[in-house]
Design a protein around this ligand. Structure first.
Ligand code: ZN
Ligand code: ZN
Length: 333
């Protein structure tokens, strides 16, 4: 039996929950969970915010652990290896996206916490093609958040061939944004953080921003007109997007990784005259996750975390809900 924590109704507290995972599928592995990050998407799924939660739900999709069992057809992973598991715990491996290496765009990809039990547990199972070896040099305690939040902000750098000479801004310096500043600084870019509090402004500079702009000061934002090649938005609230659109250079891109549920209200004129783009992307493929881990290891990038014991899981969720987490929460054994 796998000992987990599950929620049984929208917004419910997590309670101990045991389930029998059955025989191990030939293409799956079983992971002994050592650490698991908590992501905003875990809370969205607990609350059934996206209308796709299947209860009881075992959240947790920023897993770091050790391979405990491998299925009979798994060739590239062995018992005892240290691995990570993120938003996806399986891909079809056959669709056009998978064949192109874009597994994170697989329409039949298995989400780790939707119709599948996740990492708030002593063990979790996943298809071997979604489980990533963690290279040496990665601090395991803080590595969990790289597997969802980290890859979400790293992936656009790979997708859009961001160059070291590019000027890149990040909106929202929280769980995702703080990792974006780390990555962009190491990538060589000129990095700007849009943030509203003096406290976060100082921290943004320490995390790798070269400049900050006050996101509540319209004049300050207007003063940055035509400046950025790329803006990555990590927030899930509605902002005056046209204000931000105008801070892009011609051919610049406003890229969304924060899942705001409000429709975008955009000036098409600003898009057309500057040939600007607006886009979004989900997490990243296994090979991009591997690239990210090597890059993070080389540049000593590690998420800033607060630690909670697995037994204090409800307090950890409350902490995340309060918006005060600094910056990401990790459950530890
Ligand atoms: Zn996540
Ligand atoms: Zn596929």
């Amino acid at each position: 039996m796998i000992k987990a924590y599950a929620t049984f109704e929208p917004g419910g507290k997590l309670k101990p929950f045991e389930y029998d995972p059955g025989e191990l599928n030939p293409l799956d592995v079983e992971i002994d969970v050592r650490y698991c990050g908590i992501c905003h998407s875990d809370v969205s799924v607990i609350d059934n915010e996206w209308g796709m939660t299947q209860y009881p739900v075992v959240p947790g999709h920023e897993v770091v652990g050790t391979i405990a069992k491998v299925g009979s057809s798994v060739k590239h992973l062995q018992v005892g290896q240290t691995v990570g598991l993120g938003w996806h715990s399986g891909y079809c491996d056959e669709c056009a996206n998978c064949r192109a290496g874009d597994h994170n765009l697989c329409p039949d990809g298995q989400a780790t916490i939707i119709g599948h039990h996740g990492g708030f547990a002593d063990k979790v199972r996943a298809a071997a093609n979604s489980v990533i070896l963690i290279p040496k040099g990665i601090d395991l305690e803080s590595a969990g958040p790289l597997f969802c939040g980290g890859i979400t902000v790293f992936n656009p750098l790979v997708q859009f061939d961001v160059r070291p000479t590019d000027k890149v801004a990040v909106i929202g310096i929280g769980g995702l944004g703080h990792m974006a500043l780390n990555f962009l600084n190491a990538w060589g870019c000129e990095v700007t953080a849009f943030t509203s509090s003096e406290h976060k402004r100082k921290e943004a500079l320490e995390l790798g921003a070269h400049h900050t702009l006050n996101s509540r000061d319209q004049k300050e934002i207007e003063g940055a007109a035509g400046h950025f090649d790329l803006i990555i938005s990590t927030v899930n609230v509605k902002l005056d997007w046209n204000l931000y659109l105008n801070t892009l250079k011609a051919k610049g891109r406003l890229h969304f990784v924060g899942a705001t549920l409000d429709p975008l209200d955009l000036s098409v004129f600003s898009l057309i005259t500057g040939q600007r783009s607006v886009s979004g992307s989900p997490v990243g493929s296994p090979s991009t996750i591997e690239k990210m881990l090597e890059f993070a290891s080389l540049h000593k990038i590690r998420p800033v975390i607060e630690k909670f014991n697995f037994d204090d899981i409800n307090a950890a969720i409350e902490r995340l809900r309060s918006g005060k987490a600094h910056y990401r929460i990790v459950l530890c054994r």
